[in-house]
Design a binder for this molecule. Sequence first.
Ligand SMILES: C[S@@+](CC[C@H](N)C(=O)[O-])C[C@H]1O[C@@H](n2cnc3c(N)ncnc32)[C@H](O)[C@@H]1O
Length: 233
Amino acid sequence: MLDAELIAARERRGGEAPRVLDVGGGSGVLAVPLAVEGCAVTVVEPSPNALATLHRRAQEAGVADRITAVQGDSDALDQLVAPAAADLVLAHGLLEVVDDPKATVAALVGVVAPGGALSVLVANRFAAVLHRAISGRLVDARKLLDDPAGVLGGAGEALLRRFDTESLRALLADTDLAVELIQGQGVVSDLVTGSVLEVSAGAPDALAELELAAAVTPALRDIATRLHAIARR
Ligand SMILES: C[S@@+](CC[C@H](N)C(=O)[O-])C[C@H]1O[C@@H](n2cnc3c(N)ncnc32)[C@H](O)[C@@H]1O
């Protein structure tokens, strides 16, 4: 899906490299492959350790010249990045950890170029309930279900909140971008065990096809491990 976005961005720019801004880009899990594909990527990331790993990965992949790493926080995005200067803005795994998701989304929206898109990937609170229950952690599953933010709190919880389809849609609907899509990630593939893939030679392909269909089937999307939204200017 991001591939199609990048092809469209390149066309809009008359063949020039798509400009990608990866906020909370961590150690470059997305940024490095995107740079390898020819994008000009800026990563905004507060963690110096993550940035050091990003730097090493970019060097190893031979794309250090296509990645600009900026140490900073999404709160200060308007001071770090020019407005409306990114064809694709990534906020993957970010909105669960920031202090104020609404303010972060507003800042992210401000850097999307005309015709460009914001890609948001968040953890789904209902999937977290199911995954705890399936692994036998029934008390935690119930606590997660009852908690309005979909988190357990305490030392074992890395996230400040999880989302569901409606809360994600509401967060994005409050902006001047058009929400084009909300789909699931890891609907079925995160639930089946490895042995399912050994049932037949065609099982991996069958699972991939099932996953694609399930990702856009609302009732199944709503229990996906992650929710992926695309919003466009
Ligand atoms: C779960 S990781 C996601 C990394 C990467 N986006 C990915 O999808 O693999 C969350 C990242 O957000 C960064 N982060 C936390 N608070 C942030 C903030 N206020 N502004 C920008 N990044 C932040 C963390 O340091 C971490 O690298």
